[in-house]
Design a protein around this ligand. Structure first.
Ligand code: OSB
Ligand code: MG
Length: 372
């Protein structure tokens, strides 16, 4: 099959409430969607969709949405247009000459993979090796102005049935909110995410989190500091999970060898795509390191694909794969809903969902069509 066309579609979606982390506040998303068209000689065409996780600004990782769009238009799409025979395994190697830009590469690989799977009438979940029809879901709760606001917010999520709560923390918003949530909600599965907001000088402070029996402490230190995480891990009891640090299967292997973490958050958009995400899963599983599926406030397009990944056997912790209404009043797809703390893994071909044309049309902010 060949890639014959690629559409970059931009959509603006307001979040239901501002999402604050140590990286900043997000109140809406400027989403880049890709629509890939594959042609298969006599067999006709097939179409695939993907969502790029890059946020507006390069504060979480080097990826930012305008940069991802540009690198796709200028470099990545032409590289795939030039490929004679595309199959899923040939996409990442065809893009390897471009360094980094993992969010852009992941989106392009996923759009082509979706088209390829639709042509082969296979779901992404089946292709990846998923073994469950639905997955338990957690929710990621942003930093709030006050503890009572946080407790209201957590209370609503607990009532909705989320099986695990993750609190965003930063210096000045850590022990107190965790203590308050433990006091109010007892021994619910609880974890925290620092988005690299601490340094090793905070070791004694972070050790005070041990008292709260958290499932894990996610990314306390800067992305490149695997040694620092390994040192911290010997000084605190709370298990360390890495997010930003794990950019491919090789860094996962290094982090495990160095004992920098005992849990890994996998985001396909952070590691360059679903095939690399599966390799990260395989590396972790072979070492007995549990993984879970992270999120980047995806619309239904990105979440559908994440749910397929989250159904693989090594995903033993609930992920940040929350229901549509946790993020958006109106999602780009039919809404994903929480049922008994779980969400169904899509079963249709490819990612199993498509943007709703009327919603897409209403929220559209731009589109550009590339051909070979
Ligand atoms: O660190 O996991 C993170 C959102 C944006 C950037 C980084 C992170 C997050 C989340 C949101 O935690 C998870 C979700 O999509 O629900
Ligand atoms: Mg994180």
């Amino acid at each position: 099959m060949r890639l014959t066309g690629l559409e970059l579609v931009r959509v603006g979606l307001p979040l239901v409430s501002p999402f604050r982390t140590s990286l900043g506040v997000e109140t809406s998303r400027d989403v880049l969607l890709l629509r890939a068209v594959l042609a298969d000689g006599s067999q006709g065409e097939s179409e695939g969709w993907a969502e790029c996780i890059a946020p507006d600004d390069p504060f979480y990782s080097p990826d930012y949405v305008a940069g991802s769009a540009q690198v796709i238009e200028r470099y990545l799409a032409p590289m795939l247009f030039a490929a004679e025979r595309l199959d899923p395994a040939s996409i990442a190697p065809a893009l390897a000459r471009v360094r980094g830009h993992r969010a852009a590469k992941a989106a392009l690989e996923t759009a082509v993979l979706d088209a390829w799977l639709r042509r082969h009438e296979m779901s992404l979940a089946a292709y990846l090796g998923a073994d469950r029809p639905r997955v338990p879901c957690g929710v990621s709760v942003g930093i709030m102005d006050t503890v009572p606001e946080l407790l209201d917010s957590v209370g609503r999520y607990v009532e909705e049935g989320y099986v695990r709560i993750k609190l965003k923390i930063e210096p000045g918003w850590d022990l107190e909110p965790v203590r308050a949530v433990r006091q109010r909600f007892g021994d619910i599965p609880l974890q925290v995410d620092a988005n690299a907001a601490y340094t090793l000088a905070d070791t004694a402070h972070l050790a005070r989190l041990d008292h709260f029996e958290l499932l894990m402490l996610e990314q306390p230190l800067p992305e490149q500091d695997l040694i620092g995480h390994a040192d911290l891990a010997t000084r605190i009891r709370t298990p360390i999970c890495l997010d930003e640090s794990i950019v491919d299967a090789a860094t996962a292997a290094a982090a495990i060898r160095l004992r920098s973490c005992s849990v890994v958050n996998i985001k396909p958009g952070r590691v360059g795509g679903f095939l690399e995400a599966r390799r990260v899963h395989d590396v972790c599983r072979a070492s007995g390191v549990p993984v879970w599926c992270g999120g980047m406030l995806e619309t239904g397009i990105g979440r559908a694909a994440n749910l397929a990944l989250a159904a693989l056997p090594g995903f033993t912790f609930p992920g940040d794969t929350s229901a549509s209404r946790r993020y958006y009043d109106v999602d780009l797809t039919d809404p994903f809903e929480l049922r008994d703390g779980t969400i169904d893994v899509p079963v249709g071909p490819g990612i199993g969902v498509e943007p709703l044309p009327t919603v897409l049309h209403r929220l559209l902010t731009g589109r550009s069509w590339l051909t070979c």
